[in-house]
Design a protein around this ligand. Structure first.
Ligand SMILES: C[S@@+](CC[C@H](N)C(=O)[O-])C[C@H]1O[C@@H](n2cnc3c(N)ncnc32)[C@H](O)[C@@H]1O
Length: 294
């Protein structure tokens, strides 16, 4: 790739062999159709769902406030939880990072976190398959210093990035979209330099896969009723279990520390409510920070 993510001063570098990228309004993209049918169907259905939820309303100013939602945001309750989680991540990791850290924000969405990181002086590459102007990488134009901020349309299972070229790789509410989270994490950990950090935050974790599978079945049913499609083109797992992080190849490369952010009373009461209603236990949303050790 010529330019953008490979320019001096920007974030993790691209290994460019076999990639032909063009710059489209600030986003590095492959040729039309290069994401493949499955991802393109996902992108289309995802945009429908997100627009129906009112995501992206409020424009650029609203994106710039995130994760602190504007008054009247239809997703205000969800953002209130995410803001708590972000503050926890900030205290546990972001405040300790040296300025100029090379950070990869994978599944960056509208780029709110990337933008904050770039404004804090880091060199950031936001990666996503969605370039939607309200909710994807094209919305991410929101006023970050371009010298420190690049955007790339790419599948997180096929990252055109050089081994060891990032100090920190973050999956923010994104890893559970993978059909095989352990495989996705293993690939991403190859992009982290030894000693660097791998972060998983704001993904739903269950103690038992069976509870996660029940959640997925309930969610599919709700989507079919509401939108007429199940929104499962990616075959995403849609939830994680601790084993995805600590077993297998990634477990050998990364030493993890897990912490639980305080997400407010509504979230804290969910297990009790589920118990009283005899429903499956709800997901929890821990912060995992891993250090690459080999
Ligand atoms: C819930 S959103 C999170 C967006 C943002 N990180 C945030 O915190 O608001 C999940 C994002 O993961 C992206 N995503 C899903 N599958 C992906 C893939 N295979 N490669 C790259 N991004 C993907 C989606 O397009 C979406 O923007």
């Amino acid at each position: 790739m010529d330019g953008a993510a490979s320019e001096p001063g920007t974030g993790p570098t691209c290994a460019t062999d076999g990639w032909r990228l063009r710059l489209d309004a600030g986003v590095w993209r492959g040729p039309a159709g290069s994401l493949g049918e499955r991802l393109e169907q996902f992108v289309e259905e995802y945009a429908q769902v997100r627009h129906a939820e009112g995501r992206g309303e409020g424009g650029r100013a609203a994106v710039q406030r995130l994760p602190f939602a504007r008054t009247g945001d239809p997703m205000a309750a969800a953002w209130a939880v995410r803001a708590r989680s972000y503050r926890h991540l900030d205290r546990r990791l972001l405040q300790q990072l040296p300025a100029g850290s090379r950070i990869l924000d994978i599944g960056a969405g509208n780029g709110w976190l990337s933008r904050r990181l770039a404004l804090a002086g880091h060199r950031v590459l936001a990666v996503d398959v969605t370039v939607d102007p309200h909710d994807g990488l094209h919305a991410a134009a929101a006023a970050a210093p371009p010298a420190r901020y690049a955007r790339l349309e790419a599948d997180f299972d096929d990252l055109p990035l050089a081994a060891g070229s990032a100090d920190v790789v973050i999956f923010n509410a994104a890893l559970h979209y993978s059909p095989d989270p352990a495989r996705t994490l293993t690939r991403a950990s190859g992009v982290v330099r030894p000693g660097g950090r791998l972060v998983v935050v704001d993904s739903p974790f269950y103690a038992h896969s069976s509870h996660g599978r029940r959640m997925v079945a309930e969610r599919r049913e709700a989507y079919l009723q509401r939108y007429g499609f199940a929104s499962d083109a990616l075959g995403s797992r849609e939830f994680l279990v601790a084993r995805d992080l600590v077993d297998g190849e990634v477990g050998g490369m990364v030493r993890w520390r897990r912490s639980r952010p305080w997400l407010g009373w509504r979230m804290a009461m969910r297990p009790l409510k589920a118990h009283v209603r005899r429903r499956r236990p709800p997901a929890v949303f821990p912060l995992w920070i891993g250090r690459r050790v080999v």
